[in-house]
Write a protein that binds this ligand. Structure first.
Ligand code: PGA
Length: 279
């Protein structure tokens, strides 16, 4: 079990644009029958339409945190098709995913809108889950670290350095995401994970966690978590069936027990039992 002075492994999934209410219900039926092991902090990001439903169905003491996959930076107003941070929170979100590459590519998300959303999330007491990651062409010419550093610096630019410790960063190289992605190896990502930790921690406040995402599955999770700068996993397709998510949670719990993602030098965050009480 993770000791009280080390952070849990964060393990979560975004359902992306999947699941009707009935499908969300059957996922939850299966997930709720599974006793969440200690040492991990699970989270689920349903589509907006299912967020309140999932919140209402989870027991009040469930360790599973919920989040939204996007929200606008303004608290209300003429934002057709959007929801605000306030509305996401009202529907059950504790986390807000910001800047996923699919939103950057298809919905006009920029580094600047990411920065505005990160600040709005903090203002609404939500945890920003900030996605960064380079395209394949940038990786191929050796530019991954510079690209991610700039993304991150802009994403955090509206925060006071004292607020940096409230964020979660997900490094999701675009070339590794989705059906056409190539799963990354730990050697390909370790340098960027270390850089992210360094940039965010410069203020003296380490982030809540730095996660890896992009084609994570049962086969590569152990290797990816062997990197000491990686404090959890953000999973897409492999966790869209509850059984897949449960298997990954089990594996991560066993690795958390073995010390993965829990450097003893990092003492600010708490195991999920305490974390849930604080949120
Ligand atoms: P994937 O999605 O695991 O299906 O590649 C990851 C993500 O986009 O967060």
């Amino acid at each position: 079990m993770t000791s009280p002075d080390s952070r849990p492994l964060w393990v979560g999934t975004s359902w992306k644009m999947n699941k009707t209410l009935a499908e969300a219900d059957s996922y939850l039926d299966e997930l709720m029958a599974f006793a969440i092991p200690s040492g991990i902090q699970p989270f689920v990001l349903p589509p907006h339409t299912a967020l309140a439903r999932v919140r209402d169905r989870l027991p009040a003491d469930s360790p599973i945190l919920l989040g939204a996959q996007n929200a606008h930076w303004a608290s209300e107003g003429p934002g057709t098709g959007e929801i605000s941070m306030r509305m996401a929170k009202d529907a059950g979100a504790t986390l807000i995913e910001i800047g996923h590459s699919e939103r950057r590519e298809h919905f006009g998300e920029t580094d600047r809108t990411v920065a505005l959303k990160v600040a709005a999330a903090i203002a609404h007491d939500l945890i920003p889950l900030i996605c960064v990651g380079e395209p394949r062409a940038v990786r191929d010419v050796g530019g991954a670290q510079d690209f991610v550093r700039v993304q991150l610096q802009i994403a955090l630019s509206e925060l006071a350095p004292t607020e940096f410790g409230q964020v979660i960063i997900a490094y999701e190289p675009i070339w590794a995401i989705g059906e056409r992605g190539t799963p990354a190896t730990v050697d390909q990502v370790a340098g960027v994970m270390a850089l992210i930790n360094e940039v965010v921690t410069k203020s003296g406040n380490p982030p809540r966690a730095v996660l890896y995402g992009g084609s994570v599955n049962l086969q590569n999770a152990t290797e990816l978590l062997s990197d000491p700068s990686t404090h959890g996993l953000f999973v897409g397709r492999a966790a869209w069936e509850a059984s897949g998510f449960i298997e990954i949670l089990k594996l991560c719990a066993s690795l958390a027990g073995a010390g993965a993602g829990s450097p003893t030098t990092h003492s600010r965050t708490l195991p999920w039992t305490s974390m849930a009480a604080l949120l």
